[in-house]
Design a protein around this ligand. Structure first.
Ligand SMILES: Nc1ncnc2c1ncn2[C@@H]1O[C@H](COP(=O)(O)OP(=O)(O)OP(=O)(O)O)[C@@H](O)[C@H]1O
Length: 339
């Protein structure tokens, strides 16, 4: 199946009076049908601009952007307006109409799309049921919690049955628990409705919780792209390593390191653990080489249904023997020396 979204050498330049600003810089990127794809980067990296190109809220300066088989760079404004119905979007600040009820907000895109009144009411009820807000149909946005407002935003974005849902920092205004609720709902949109979801975030925890693949953006470029597992377990770019180190405390640092160092005179190394790394077998043999080890730091959790984590080991024995064990460890997994 061809990708549902394909950026081919896409750039977006904002023309200024004094100078131009390239927000998206020669991006090549494919998003597959049915995946949850995350775009992460620091503020100003170009995430919002990149994603707003998909539904034409920003227009491409150069390159081709294929969305569900059509090059949106070539569409006129009125063609783009029609296309926008296939691409729902939700926002950090929800962007609901304060003067309309919950039902009125969800009904709005259906009216714009020309749905007949009798079909609209049934569709609105179906959507509100899907997002768990059927009992709040007649409430106004200011009577709702942040999480409920975002559920309305999601129902409204899904109203006309889009194939793609864009979520621009959709949970950034929510507390951690509500964030998890909304992420679960986005997952349900993806699995039950088959909608491709593109999530913009500056938080790697969101990527970890929901996404299949992730692109890391820096200065309008794609610094790296891969599955969430690949990116977490082996970030290849400098910016990727910086992001991953904020959520995975893989090595002891600062006071932790000083304490461990004081207690363990031997060589200290950190081993990455994932399914298939045969660390145990190497460590079981370490004794035969006259090397003793202690686990001094680390943890193992789950990432995309696979074990993932790191263990820091203090190894003691003769220098040669410890060298040999570290070499054997390197054969089965990634090893970092701890200073
Ligand atoms: N309409 C605009 N006119 C001029 N410059 C713009 C416009 N929109 C965005 N920019 C600039 O483009 C660059 C990328 O902005 P963008 O909002 O896409 O980044 P971002 O990664 O989403 O950042 P944030 O996380 O802060 O929203 C920034 O330097 C921004 O100032």
């Amino acid at each position: 199946m061809p990708p549902i979204i394909e950026f081919r050498d896409v750039s977006k330049v904002f023309r200024g009076r004094a100078s131009d600003l390239t927000a998206v810089d020669h991006v090549d990127l494919s998003i597959e049908q049915g995946e949850i794809f995350a775009v992460i980067g620091y503020s100003g990296a170009g995430k919002s601009t990149l994603v707003r190109l998909i539904n034409g809220l920003e227009r491409v300066t150069s390159g081709e952007l294929i969305v569900d088989g059509q090059n949106v760079a070539e569409l006129s404004e009125s063609q783009m307006e029609r296309k926008r119905r296939d691409v729902g979007m939700i926002f950090q600040q929800f962007n609901l109409f304060g003067s309309r009820t919950v039902a009125g907000n969800v009904d709005f895109p259906l009216r714009v799309a020309g749905w007949p009144k009798d079909r609209r009411a049934a569709r609105v009820a179906e959507l509100l049921d899907f997002v768990g807000l059927l009992d709040r149909a007649h409430a106004y946005p200011n009577q709702l919690s942040g999480g409920q407002k975002q559920r309305v935003g999601i129902a409204r974005a899904l109203a006309a049955g889009p194939k793609i849902l864009l979520a621009d920092e959709a949970t950034s205004a929510l507390d951690p628990e509500t964030t998890q609720d909304v992420l679960r709902l986005l997952k349900k949109v993806n699995t039950e409705l088959g909608v491709t979801v593109v999530v913009i975030t500056h938080e790697l925890e969101i990527v970890r919780a929901i996404a299949d693949r992730v692109a890391i953006l820096e200065n309008g470029h794609v610094a790296e792209i891969g599955t969430v597992f690949e990116t977490f377990s082996n970030p290849r770019s400098e910016v990727g390593r910086r992001f991953v180190s904020t959520v995975i405390h893989d090595q002891p640092r600062g006071e932790d390191l000083a304490r461990i160092r004081a207690a363990h005179p031997g060589r200290i190394v950190t081993a990455t653990i994932h399914d298939g790394s045969r660390l145990g077998a190497v460590l079981a043999d370490a004794g035969a080489h006259g090397v003793r080890f202690e686990i001094v730091y680390g943890g193992i959790g789950t990432l995309q249904a696979r074990s993932f984590g790191s263990l820091t080991l203090a190894l003691t024995g003769s220098e040669d023997a410890v060298d040999r064990v570290v070499t054997e460890l390197r054969d089965v997994t990634e090893i970092q020396e701890v200073a």
